[in-house]
Design a protein around this ligand. Structure first.
Ligand code: PRP
Length: 179
């Protein structure tokens, strides 16, 4: 990919490691939801698409998919507390067992707002799963049930994560070094 050559980056989590991380997370979810008839996976677009698709294929119970888009960035590098729902879920979650799937939690602002909104719709349960977590960046406390990997405060791309909308399709997580 020619655009990648313009970046100074190094692989932080390889494709193989990603698979191992997801195997571990999926095993826990399969155990915890063994008695649940159906689990609704809610992906926050766009970054969560890649991890949600790989995670879902490791789940042994019946799952449904839904998606929403929350916008919280307003030109800066940090999310603001002003989270807007750009695209809402297609279906009601009332009485459903729901799991929010994220690619990364940074300040926690996006997830906190989305969580409050979804809880107000009275699901039977609501849990949160994130592939990456940057706990050192947390501004708003949000309960996270399943974490793939905690990472330090580095700028990372790939596996759903973008840099100016590019690089989401990289099969690994890479750390971008300052130019
Ligand atoms: C990213 C990520 C989370 C959010 C985390 O999404 O997918 O939703 O930022 O940041 P926070 O914890 O500080 O709120 P982004 O808004 O970049 O959209 P994207 O998924 O389309 O890349």
């Amino acid at each position: 990919m020619s655009k990648l050559n313009q970046l100074n980056y190094e692989v932080m989590i390889s494709e193989e490691e990603i698979g191992q991380i997801l195997d571990t997370v999926a095993a826990k979810i399969n155990q915890d939801y063994a008695d649940v008839d159906n689990l609704l996976l809610v992906g926050l677009l766009k970054g969560s698409v890649v991890v949600m698709s790989d995670l879902a294929r490791r789940l042994t119970g019946d799952v449904h998919f839904d998606f929403m888009t929350a916008s919280s960035y307003h030109g800066g590098t940090e999310s603001s507390g002003d989270v807007k729902i750009v695209m809402d879920l297609a279906n009601s979650i009332r009485g459903r067992h729901v799991m929010l799937v994220e690619d990364i939690i940074d300040t926690g602002r996006t997830l906190s707002k989305v969580r409050e909104l979804l809880l107000s719709r009275e699901p039977a349960s609501l849990k949160i799963c994130t592939f990456l977590d940057k706990p050192s960046r947390r501004v708003v406390d949000v309960p996270v049930d399943y974490v793939g990997r905690e990472i330090p405060d580095e700028f990372v791309i790939g596996y759903g994560l973008d840099y100016a909308e590019s690089y989401r399709q990289l099969p690994y997580i890479a750390k971008v070094n300052p130019a």
